[in-house]
Write a protein that binds this ligand. Structure first.
Ligand code: HPA
Ligand code: ZN
Length: 329
């Protein structure tokens, strides 16, 4: 049994496995520009974030109905549960669907069908986080938040993803202020490909409570000191960093140095269908390649629950944390 953990950095569209992509394409009469799953897998060689995003957005064409989103989420939750995920805070990218004529209601209600039943079906509690695409305009983000207003009882927070460089957090000040006024929790991708300044800006201008990736904080010792002092969790995604060439090899990943520095690190899968592994696979990879001790692995699992948005269910958080402490590696 793998160590119990929460997954805090997971794009549901990034869990679309080739087999499901072809099944949904057939169901919806969509033609993919790949002959079969093998040929599609050949396309999974990425140069950087953008080259991945191109395929990620292309394959979304197969997601059309509530049932598609429900099936996608159920497939993820089943795989995550098998790898020890007890709680998942799931990102979704509504703008990528709205642009294709798929409504906010279709996306949220479809995902919700799977999420509402997830504790019973998969033994996984869940939260939903709406992400804005940072390479779209600030106005589009505000319109998207508006379109989500009928569904806010199902949405815990907001995030910021897609192409980072050239799209600093400050661009989204207004929508983060509006979301805060609506009582939504705030996170943002920062310091994946973008500079450490974007991390500082996400904290100071957007008021984020967690930083997604945040890897490049290691270039700025004063920022590291601040993140440690303020106990800001970072949602790291080691296998993603290798596939998108943010690090050269997994052996070069700064996770051990980050833990030694006292940063509140968590380990997550990002887009597991594309990056070669789910949450447990990421734990196994860092354990084997980076030689993390059992106590370090326990710390990562503990951090995942302390950093999760479970303030409305502290009893559950305490139960999960007790499971971590009692776990035998
Ligand atoms: N980074 C930025 N945007 C994304 C990612 C990522 O790793 N995955 C899906 N959208
Ligand atoms: Zn991500």
């Amino acid at each position: 049994m793998p160590v119990p953990k929460a997954e805090l950095h997971l794009h549901i569209e990034g869990t679309l496995e080739p087999e499901l992509a072809f099944a949904l394409a057939a169901r919806n009469g969509v033609t993919l520009p790949y002959a079969d799953t093998e040929e599609l897998r050949e396309a999974y060689r990425f140069e950087d974030l953008q080259s991945f995003l191109n395929l990620y957005y292309e394959l979304m064409a197969v997601l059309r109905t509530e049932r598609d989103f429900e099936d996608l989420a159920n497939a993820y939750l089943a795989r995550a549960a098998a790898q020890g995920v007890r709680h998942a805070e799931i990102f979704f990218d509504p703008q990528a669907h709205l642009a294709r004529g798929v409504g906010m209601g279709t996306v949220v209600e479809g995902l919700w069908r799977a999420l509402a039943a997830s504790e019973t079906t998969h033994g996984v509690s869940t939260r939903l986080i709406l992400c804005f695409l940072r390479d779209e305009s600030a106005e589009s983000a505000l319109e998207t938040l508006d379109a989500a207003k009928p569904y806010l009882d199902r949405i815990t927070g907001i995030g910021l993803d897609s192409a980072e460089v050239g799209h600093p957090p400050v661009k989204f000040r207004a929508v983060y202020e509006a979301a805060a006024a609506l009582g939504l929790r705030r996170v943002a991708h920062a310091g994946e490909e973008g500079p450490p300044e974007y991390i500082t800006e996400a904290l100071d201008v957007l008021g984020v409570e967690r930083v997604d990736h945040g890897l490049r904080c290691m270039e700025d010792p004063a920022l590291v000191e601040r993140l440690v002092r303020e106990r800001i969790p970072l949602t790291l995604c080691p296998l993603s960093n290798v596939r998108l060439r943010t690090v050269d090899t997994l052996a070069d990943h700064p996770l051990p140095a980050m833990l030694d520095a006292g940063l509140v690190c968590t380990v997550n899968s990002d887009d597991p269908a594309y990056f070669g592994g789910y949450a447990g696979d990421n734990f196994d990879a860092v354990r084997q390649t980076l030689g993390l001790t059992e106590e370090r692995l326990r710390e990562l699992a503990r951090n995942s629950f302390t950093a999760s948005f479970l303030e409305d269910d502290e009893e559950r958080r305490a139960r999960y944390l007790a499971e971590v402490e009692n776990y035998r590696f």
